[in-house]
Ligand binder design. Structure first.
Ligand code: BDP
Length: 708
């Protein structure tokens, strides 16, 4: 197996489990389906799934000219069912939701809409693939209407922060001719309840809007539509000037408004169900309304008006900050930017605008508090942006299962106005009574057959979709569904992959950046290996403010950047006070001596040393654990995973020594356990003679051999 089917393999069930299926349906009945409809796809999936899992090839009847037999799988919408068989009122269903009933081998799957019917079919198939034939009667509704993925694909075919080969969507400035992989991707997304995708990079190319590319987008939308996945697009704010040849891109200029209106009409002519626009403006050098002294709301509303007649929405990104900020200014803070840019605009956005907020205030780090912006714009629709592509988390060369990280953020209670305000309730629209809201996940799959470049990384995509549907689910339970679907039913396979995956985020945090100092990757481009020195001399950095005596950002209200004060009072009080700030965020909120004692009783510097040794030690156990599964997993996936886990073991040691060595040198404080800098057995690279190689300088210096 090469991973192409992800968790939708429909692998044959082991005989013992198969026998629990006492009565297998004999026919699939699909109500009112045309070949391009999700109900049609649902019937096909049911046919393929039941055949794969149970070995029974069922006939599909697409004409409802039959009575629903007692042993059928019936799939359709509530409306289609009602018109055929009489009223079936399932009043609690909302858009995209479904009702699934399994009773003694007779299965009924009814969606509130066609998409819901497909989701119900995937739910049923997930159950039988896991050997679960129990009778059920469930209504399942999505927690939030927006469940999107964002790809960061460039028109030339590269992918920003993509780690699995070139784009499946674009090549040489155009949409690719063969969209087979796009259709397969839509299938995976639909199985998780994802209902829209933005295929192009947030750093958008204006050429996406040429007539030829609009036609290409139309082809993408046609391919994904049967799976219920709508297409949206990222816009370049300066397109009227750069593509349209206008003299301006001022959002209030009449010619600019006309230009966007006409473009929008052309887009909707080809893609009538275009989900809407995604906009990154005035961020990291991207053009935006501030050039013309217009507000970010002016920009969002320009697009909102254009798509409103077609039912489209605008996802407007809150990732706006000054990447040229002066890092030496004590009170300057990139973490404050989103609230500073957006709070005063609350109430100014039109109803079909959604502000898309990264989960933390900085940028997809291994540890961040929840973004305070979620608590600051109660009159505005919001969505949370999560990153499946592991930009700062080892880039799929390291196993890091981030379900537990996302859960911590989604469950975090911001206590707005002293009332329970979990992030998940805010983005679902429940807390502030908003109609729109939800989830955006940056995925960046590529042409590699494993989709993400690593088979084990697919647990993150799986968990993302399932959490966007229902964020109350348990991260380990989701992981285990994914393991059974992806790797089968052997108990040791389940236990081993569960163990290494659940240990992986804590281990990665331990051997990268601890105590809320963030990931400590090299900052100016790759974001992969360690580079603690690069954090503090540029505006893009996360700023550690590390000196020879102290470390951490002072984000307190009186003496620091005031970031703690952006949270509602009860939360602000916790973070503003060094005594009540949890250890894992101490350096995010406070500037402390290396000798500061944590709640754990350790000093900050000793915690750094210990955590790095512990994390790297855990990473050494992953490959041997995987190796114990030899013979229980197909050869290709087994070998490919093993290769990466071995790499991770080595790179975890590079991380360990690099970070420990850096702070050891900077602080001059020895490691109580005498490990740091003490590797008598080690042969440094420059002491070796390797044919065809010569010593060279390395940047950052701490990544070079002989540094520690
Ligand atoms: C950063 C990435 C950069 C993205 C940016 C964004 O390094 O490539 O363009 O986020 O989200 O994390 O806009």
């Amino acid at each position: 197996e090469n991973g192409l089917n992800g968790w939708l393999r429909y692998a044959s069930l082991p005989e013992a489990q198969r026998q629990q299926a006492t009565s297998i349906p004999s026919v699939i009945v699909a109500l009112n389906s045309t070949t391009t409809s999700p109900v049609y796809v649902a019937a096909q999936e049911l046919q393929a799934g039941i055949e794969g899992v149970l070995g029974a090839k069922l006939q599909v009847l697409h004409e409802p000219e039959v009575t629903a037999s007692s042993l059928s799988v019936l799939v359709g919408t509530v409306a289609a069912y009602t018109s055929k068989y009489g009223n079936r009122n399932i009043s609690s269903l909302i858009a995209d939701g479904y009702w699934l009933s399994v009773k003694a081998g007779s299965v009924i799957i009814l969606g509130q809409n066609e998409r819901g019917a497909l989701y119900g079919a995937f739910d049923y198939l997930s159950r039988i693939s896991q050997g679960n034939f129990a009778d059920v009667d469930v209504v399942s509704n999505p927690d939030a209407p927006i469940r999107w993925v964002n790809q960061w694909d460039n028109l030339e075919g590269t992918i920003e922060r993509g780690y699995a080969g070139p784009s499946i969507f674009f090549s040489d400035g155009l949409v690719v001719k063969n969209l087979t992989r796009v259709s397969q991707y839509a299938r995976l997304l639909a199985s998780l309840g994802i209902n829209a995708i933005v295929p192009n990079n947030v750093n958008a190319n204006p050429n996406l809007l040429t007539a030829e590319n609009i036609e290409g987008l139309g082809r993408i939308a046609d391919i994904m539509r049967p799976y219920g996945v709508q297409v949206g697009i990222s816009l370049n704010f300066a397109s009227p000037e750069r593509l349209g040849g206008l003299k301006t891109f001022d959002p209030l200029d009449a010619t600019v408004i006309k230009w966007w209106t006409e473009k929008t009409e052309a887009l909707y002519k080809r893609v009538p169900d275009l989900a809407g626009y995604l906009v990154k403006a005035n961020s990291e050098g991207q053009p935006g309304p501030l050039t013309y002294n217009r507000t970010l709301a002016d920009a969002a509303n320009l697009f909102a008006k254009a798509v409103q007649p077609f039912g489209g929405i605008v996802m407007f990104r809150a990732f706006v900050y000054n990447h040229l900020a002066d890092w030496t200014v004590w009170r300057a803070d990139r973490a404050n930017a989103a609230v500073e840019f957006f709070k005063h605009l609350d109430g100014k956005f039109l109803d079909n605008v959604v502000v898309q907020i990264k989960y933390g205030p900085i940028d997809f780090q291994v540890r961040e508090p929840a973004s305070p912006l979620f608590a600051n714009i109660p009159l505005t629709n919001t969505a949370i942006e999560l990153q499946i592509t592991q930009e700062y988390l080892g880039q799929q060369s390291h196993l890091v299962y981030v379900g537990p990280l996302w859960k911590e953020i989604l469950d975090f209670d911001l206590k707005v106005d002293g009332k329970p305000s979990a992030v998940r309730d805010i983005v679902a629209g429940r807390r502030f009574n908003k109609k729109l809201g939800g989830y955006a996940g940056v995925v960046n799959v590529g042409t590699n057959t494993s989709w993400l470049g690593s088979h084990l990384a697919m647990s993150n995509l799986y968990a993302y979709g399932r959490l966007a549907w229902n964020p109350k689910q348990d991260a380990q339970a989701l992981l285990q569904d994914w393991i059974r679907l992806s790797f089968g039913h052997d108990r040791s396979v389940l236990d081993t992959i569960t163990k290494i995956s659940m240990e992986s985020w804590p281990a990665y945090e331990n051997y990268s950046g601890n105590l809320g100092i963030q990931t400590l990757t090299d900052i100016l481009y790759t974001h992969f290996g360690p580079g603690p020195a690069s954090q503090d001399n540029n505006g893009w950095g996360q700023w550690t403010r590390a000196t020879s005596t102290h470390i951490g950002m002072d984000r307190t209200i009186a003496n620091g950047t005031g970031n703690a004060g952006q949270y509602p009072p009860e939360v602000a009080k916790v973070y503003d006070n060094i005594e009540t700030t949890p250890d894992n965020l101490i350096l995010w909120f406070h500037h402390v001596p290396y000798t500061h004692r944590l709640h754990s009783g350790k000093t900050v510097i000793q915690h750094f040393y210990d955590a790095h040794y512990e994390g790297a030690a855990v990473a050494q156990t992953f490959a041997p654990a995987w190796e114990s599964l030899r013979g229980k997993i197909d050869a290709q996936r087994f070998d490919e995973v093993l290769f990466r886990l071995k790499y991770q073991a080595g790179h975890a040691i590079v991380w360990r020594d690099n970070i420990c060595g850096f702070y050891h040198n900077l602080s001059g404080i020895p490691d109580e356990a005498k490990r740091v800098g003490n590797h008598p057995w080690r042969i440094q690279a420059e002491s070796m003679a390797l044919l065809g190689f010569k010593p060279t300088g390395v940047t950052p210096a701490e990544a070079a051999s002989n540094f520690t």
